[in-house]
Design a binder for this molecule. Structure first.
Ligand code: TYD
Length: 237
């Protein structure tokens, strides 16, 4: 019977930590420090979009690698689900489950890998939006939201969430002034946005260390200075 050749070690199996470093065995690559996850929230027309770019620029100026994304969306599949969610009439539970389906994909394909590689993720909306719009606005059973959230991202929450708070009448006027065709959510009435706003504020009370409520009735310059201060104090100091 022929003798088997000695098995070469699988490089993935080498225990770099206990092997002495020599010219031929380089030191193990440092594990990157996990990135931070920042989300922006608020009713339609609250003005968060124009402030996201400012925060991304601030983080990049601090030397950080930043991945800017949005929900629903952020992946090829998520963007297709976004089209359905924004334009196709559906049952409210279908809507909630599709929001979380898009989120599951987004987390697996983009958010988690970025954070693990040390990149910072800045996301336009996340699960607080489902709490505000589907639970608060549409009346989805709270226990069903809790179950979906616990299923899709157990143990993960943003490191910082900025909720742009604004009177729905002012926000609606801003949305109307863009002249763009309103989507299914933007076509909702004033009392829907009152409920969404109240749900965001309730959520902020439940997680005061994570969620910062930003008064979005002020000028863009004042809001920008305020959120830059919050990001510096909470995450960069
Ligand atoms: P957004 O991208 O903020 O809208 P726009 O591009 O018009 O500024 O969000 C899209 C819509 O999706 C918004 O009306 C809120 C809604 N939405 C929910 O209802 N639930 C969710 O979980 C998310 C992420 C968004």
């Amino acid at each position: 019977m022929s003798q088997m050749p000695p098995r070469l070690p699988d490089t993935n199996m080498i225990d770099h930590a206990s092997a002495p470093a020599t010219m031929n065995s380089p030191m193990p690559a440092a594990v990157p420090v996990r990135g931070r996850f920042i989300t922006f929230e608020g009713i339609d027309g609250a003005g968060k979009s124009s402030q996201i770019a400012a925060v991304v620029a601030l983080l990049q100026a601090a030397g950080l690698d930043v991945d800017q994304t949005r929900e629903p969306g952020g992946t090829a599949l998520g963007e297709r689900l976004r089209e359905l969610l924004l334009h196709e009439p559906m049952h409210l539970e279908t809507e909630a489950m599709l929001m979380f389906a898009a989120r599951r994909e987004h987390l697996a394909a983009r958010i988690e890998p970025a954070l693990a590689a040390g990149r910072w993720v800045v996301c336009d909306r996340f699960s607080d939006a489902t709490f505000a719009y589907q639970v608060g606005g549409r009346g989805l059973d709270r226990a069903k939201f809790d179950a979906l959230e616990a299923w899709v991202h157990p143990g993960l929450q943003p490191d910082l969430t900025l909720v742009f708070d604004l009177d729905p009448a002012v926000a609606a006027a801003r949305v109307a002034s863009t002249g763009a065709d309103p989507d299914r959510f933007e076509r909702e009435q004033h009392d829907f946005f009152e409920r969404v706003r109240a749900a965001y504020l309730e959520r902020a009370c439940l997680a005061p260390l994570r969620i910062c409520v930003v008064d979005a009735a002020r000028t863009p310059e004042v809001i920008r200075a305020d959120i830059e201060r919050i990001v510096r104090e909470r995450l960069l100091s």
